[in-house]
Write a protein that binds this ligand. Structure first.
Ligand SMILES: Nc1ncnc2c1ncn2[C@@H]1O[C@H](COP(=O)(O)OP(=O)(O)OP(=O)(O)O)[C@@H](O)[C@H]1O
Length: 719
């Protein structure tokens, strides 16, 4: 079924060329999930992959002497064609000594190769600890000894910032293909099969960079990861967590309880992570569960959770346990879970009996993953997240913080929290393990594979007109934006989402499914309603979903063709996340439309900057760019305080009426309100009003002429 054709009232619409069609995310095609790569690294990677393939049966033997993965190491090997390719691709300043290109291990890459591959994929790994802490790193390899000597030099007070940066930079071994997960990193064979079943051909950049760090035999680091939206971070953190638990089950067969926690800011995202996790844990003996109200967790070493997460479960959207009658709930078998996926408040409430007792601990948790970590450590969730972090009392806890955006304040908070924790545990900072940061691409930037349209609509009415054009593709052909369903529309507040939904409800023609094709999703709906809407949108029954920032982060609708920012986002980071709902896993053809009005002008520059950087990352001609330099120069800069205020409250005139009315006379707010009636209902009402007024006029005229009708009947709408 072609949603675009059905939405088009004109049957004369010219068919869109198949070339354009095949580029749409909704076709499900993703040529390559990697966003960054160069011909040099392609050559290098295929040479490495090819060499493995040629050896064929020998691969099995090689597995026996897979070297320890050490991200500080620089294994040496004899010069090969591969090395020569690599050497040719690094600049003179990065030329390496003969030792660097000599290695006694065929499977490992030398530093030049690693550098070439990581650089070409725009992967940057940094040791976040203070240099003194790095110096205390226990060493095992020759190379580490070399590093230690180097560190002595770094003690010199003359070390410039640039030199310090260079000293912190690391070039760990990249993952060349998913087969290496088994052959080189020895993950559980069942887990490897489950990964293979996903049918992914090449690892994305974040997978290429983080999986070796987390699966290697070197001490597992704490890890901060900043990688683009839709780049496969979920798989990157789930594989190591699951593998660690499989190993744990072997080494500690009698220890049962929550071994890993994954925290996410919304129920929708938590539920999605569980669904992804279920595909990976099948047959491994590991259990993954979504936290729900009423579950018992705590320091009795047992997660008393409902057994709806058995590996055989369908993996569809979760139904709410708390919605079930108490009697029914009591009959649900109680079981233990290894991985608990939760929103912060839900877990904090469970650990503190809704904040009536001190927090219980989770003594067995060895892995704490914070997905969308910057929002979890933002003031809104910070206290709850830090409480959860503290509750994970095991000394071997490792944390992973993952997001597409990460302010330096979040990095500082992470560093200080880890430091405090180590001091409390009596461990020397930096001694047991490292805190590394891995960044893919440019930090805090939008993905380069989508088209951004920043549209000046002057007024709220202008925005509505623009949106209606998008909903009627025949009319939209007059403008240059052609956005095919399915797509998301973001508003600033829940009342605005509800009102916009009512406004547009009857805009979709009945032959295209009518009002059932458009829905609204926000946090005031019940959990059951939210799950149903998510399910119907994923199934393609809903084509247009009006929502708030509830869906801005993490949720993965693979095939959505675009995102409409009906209201501008509250910050550049929110823009990055909202528009990142399209263009997932490298899919081309996604569109991000952002409308702005006169009132928004002070807030547009940060968004225009993000678009500009994303277009630069994409490359292409200056003339192709949607953000021209004159616009960037003309847009005003926002003060720090105004930025903060905008981040917390959004555009003042669009705040919920009561809030805005308190602070001003409400006139501005009234002007920005969206009617809660649909355009269709309003047109009907206006006609009715017009008919009544006309009838009154006729009566008055008749009375004046002495000819009054006594029936007073109304003859309906004169259409
Ligand atoms: N190697 C791969 N090849 C192709 N697709 C992949 C690969 N890895 C993951 N994917 C798919 O990419 C999509 C996005 O993955 P995921 O949701 O983990 O992104 P993310 O990085 O967490 O994004 P966000 O920052 O928006 O949360 C998913 O549909 C996932 O199945």
């Amino acid at each position: 079924m072609d949603a675009f054709r059905l939405l088009t009232r004109s049957t004369k619409l010219k068919p869109v060329s198949s070339a354009t069609d095949s580029r749409l995310p909704s076709t499900g095609k993703a040529a390559n999930p990697q966003l960054f790569r160069t011909a040099e690294s392609d050559n290098l990677e295929s040479a490495k992959n090819g060499k493995k393939r040629k050896r064929g049966a020998a691969v099995q033997e090689d597995e026996e002497d897979v070297p320890d993965l050490d991200f500080f190491s620089s294994n040496k090997r004899p010069a090969t064609t591969v090395t020569e390719i690599a050497a040719a691709t690094v600049g003179d300043d990065k030329k390496v000594s003969a030792q660097d290109v000599a290695s006694d291990d065929e499977d490992s890459m030398d530093e030049v190769e690693r550098r070439t591959i990581l650089n070409s994929h725009k992967i940057k790994v940094t040791d976040m600890r203070d240099l003194e802490e790095i110096r205390t790193e226990p060493t095992s390899t020759k190379d580490s000894k070399k590093k230690k000597k180097k560190s002595k030099k770094e003690e010199a007070p003359t070390l410039s910032k640039k030199e310090q940066k260079r000293a912190r930079r690391l070039f760990p071994e990249p993952l060349l293909n998913f087969k290496e997960l088994r052959s080189k990193y020895k993950i559980s064979s069942r887990l490897a099969e489950n990964v293979a079943e996903q049918g992914f051909t090449v690892p994305t950049e974040v997978q290429l960079g983080t999986l070796p760090l987390l699966l290697g035999k070197s001490s597992e680091p704490d890890l901060l990861v900043v990688a683009p939206t839709g780049s496969g971070k979920t798989l990157s953190f789930l594989i190591p967590v699951i593998n660690k638990i499989v190993r744990h089950h072997h080494s500690h067969p009698d220890e049962h309880g929550i071994l890993a926690l994954v925290v996410a800011p919304t129920r929708e995202l938590a539920s999605q992570i569980v669904n992804e996790g279920r595909k990976l844990v099948a047959g491994t003996g590991v259990k993954i569960t979504l936290m729900r109200k009423g579950m018992r967790v705590g320091d009795d070493s047992v997660a008393d959770v409902l057994d709806e997460n058995s590996e055989e479960s369908s993996g569809s959207e979760d139904e709410d346990a708390e919605n079930k009658p108490a009697k029914e709930r009591a009959n649900i078998p109680v079981t233990k879970s290894d991985i608990l996926v939760t929103t912060p408040l839900m877990l904090v409430n469970a650990l503190s009996a809704n904040r009536t007792t001190t927090m219980a601990t989770l003594p067995l948790v060895r892995s704490l993953v914070m997905d969308e970590a910057d929002v979890l450590l933002d003031p809104l969730f910070r206290e709850q997240t830090l409480d959860i972090w503290k509750a994970c009392a095991h000394p071997d806890l490792r944390v992973g913080l993952w997001s597409a955006t990460m302010g330096s304040n979040i990095e500082d908070l992470t560093k200080s929290t880890i430091k405090e924790r180590l001091e409390d545990l009596g461990q020397k900072p930096g001694e047991p393990h490292a805190l590394l940061r891995l960044v893919v691409g440019l930090k805090d930037s939008a993905i380069p594979n989508i088209d951004h349209k920043l549209v000046y609509a002057a007024t709220e009415q202008g925005k509505l007109m623009g949106l209606r054009q998008l909903l009627r593709p025949a009319a939209a052909s007059a403008s240059d934006i052609r956005l095919r369903p399915p797509f998301l529309i973001f508003t600033q507040t829940i009342p605005r989402a509800v009102a916009l939904h009512s406004e547009l409800k009857y805009d979709i023609p009945a032959e295209a499914g009518g009002s059932s094709r458009i829905a609204v999703l926000h946090s005031d709906l019940s959990d059951g309603q939210r799950s149903d809407i998510m399910r119907d949108f994923r199934k393609g029954e809903i084509w247009i979903l009006v929502t708030t920032d509830l869906l801005a982060r993490g949720v993965d609708f693979r095939g959505i063709n675009g995102v409409v920012n009906y209201d501008i986002p509250n910050s550049a980071a929110v823009y990055v996340h909202r528009v990142g709902r399209t263009g997932r896993a490298g899919r081309e053809g996604g569109i991000a439309v952002t409308y702005y009005t006169k009132e928004d002008i002070p807030y547009v520059k940060s968004i225009a900057n993000i678009i500009d950087v994303s277009e630069k990352l994409r490359g292409g001609e200056e003339g192709d760019k949607s953000i021209q330099k004159w616009l960037l120069d003309a847009l005003p800069n926002l003060s720090k305080n105004s930025k903060k205020d905008m981040k917390r409250h959004g555009v003042k005139a669009r705040q919920t009426p009561r809030l805005a009315d308190k602070e001003d006379d409400g006139k501005g707010a009234r002007g920005m309100r969206i009617s809660t009636k649909s355009g269709f209902e309003r047109r009907l009402e206006n006609k009715k009003k017009g008919a009544i007024a006309a009838s009154r006029n006729r009566k008055a005229a008749a009375a004046a002429s002495g000819n009054v009708s006594d029936t007073g009947s109304w003859n309906g709408l004169d259409d």
